[in-house]
Design a protein around this ligand. Structure first.
Ligand code: FE2
Ligand code: FE2
Length: 275
């Protein structure tokens, strides 16, 4: 095969996710053509770039933002939370208000970041390098939603929170994960009601976003990870169910589909950092 360019690697992910252009948290740091063998890891820094060269790779793909515009513009993708909330019936004004603390924290964090650390080493190594974040999480979110719909529609009764967990466990990434799906807020034997899979919005929405769902007809929210202090707030201030699916297992749901597609196109993918 002729190999794939960094642009084509991005394009395949965008097509699979139904997106027309790269979101703010995904970027090509060093462009390259005719890639045949890439290292793919969830987190990539300078050491991993050097390891990729050591392994004879001609390109590197990260999932999480690794600098450049993907780090500097990261706060922009948090607005995806608003769309997801509105799709689930949360009033737009409430949704906008709920993400404010998240966005201001994220802006401060991106302002503090050394945005050119990993990209500068990729340039020195002349190693084609990109990260694809939101598109792969969107692929994963859709698969998680489908799994929940497929499993709970066959039950013939009101799904419980445990049924939502069982539905996620039909996906091999969760069934085989070393992490467990948890319910840190609420209980597995409660009726699930309407469920929101909150993934593919940059990061989890913390207590404020979960509370907005709970207050507007969505008693069960699925996050892939959450900070302990946000859980404490939800326990004290809400009556909903929060399912925490597990960060890396959930990231792999989308990543594995994408890697499968790259391999089907003849690319050799060396898996590392969680894959
Ligand atoms: Fe992710
Ligand atoms: Fe992640």
């Amino acid at each position: 095969m002729a190999g794939l360019s960094t642009d084509e690697l991005m394009q395949v992910a965008l097509e699979m996710a139904g997106m027309s252009r790269p979101p703010a948290d995904s970027a090509i740091y060093v462009p390259g053509d005719s890639l045949r063998r890439v290292l793919f890891g969830i987190d990539i820094g300078p050491a991993e770039l050097l390891i990729a060269r050591e392994l004879g790779c001609d390109g590197v793909v990260a999932h999480h933002p690794a600098g450049g515009s993907a780090t500097l513009r990261f706060p922009e993708v948090l607005t995806r939370h608003v769309e997801l909330m509105v799709e689930h019936g949360v009033p737009r004004e409430v949704a906008r208000e709920a993400i404010k603390p998240l966005v201001s924290r994220s802006i401060l964090r991106s302002q503090a970041a050394n945005y050119d650390h990993a990209p500068s080493f990729a340039r020195l190594l002349r190693m084609p390098f990109l990260n694809i974040h939101l598109p792969l999480d969107e692929i994963g979110r859709r698969l998680m939603v489908e799994a929940i719909e497929r499993h709970t529609s066959q039950l013939g009764r009101e799904p419980l929170v445990q049924d939502v967990i069982d539905a996620l466990l039909t996906l091999p990434e969760f069934a085989g994960a070393p992490t467990r799906i948890m319910v840190p807020v609420g209980a597995v034997d409660r009726t699930a009601g309407k469920v929101a899979v909150v993934h593919g919005a940059g990061t989890n929405g913390g207590a404020a976003v979960a509370k907005a769902y709970f207050a507007h007809g969505v008693p069960t929210v699925v996050y892939i990870h959450v900070a302990p202090e946000e859980v404490e707030r939800l326990r004290a201030e809400s009556d909903g169910n929060l399912i925490v699916a597990g960060h890396i297992a959930a990231d792999l749901v989308g990543i594995n589909r994408y890697v499968g597609e790259l391999e089907a196109r003849g690319l050799e993918v060396i898996r590392a950092s969680g894959l």
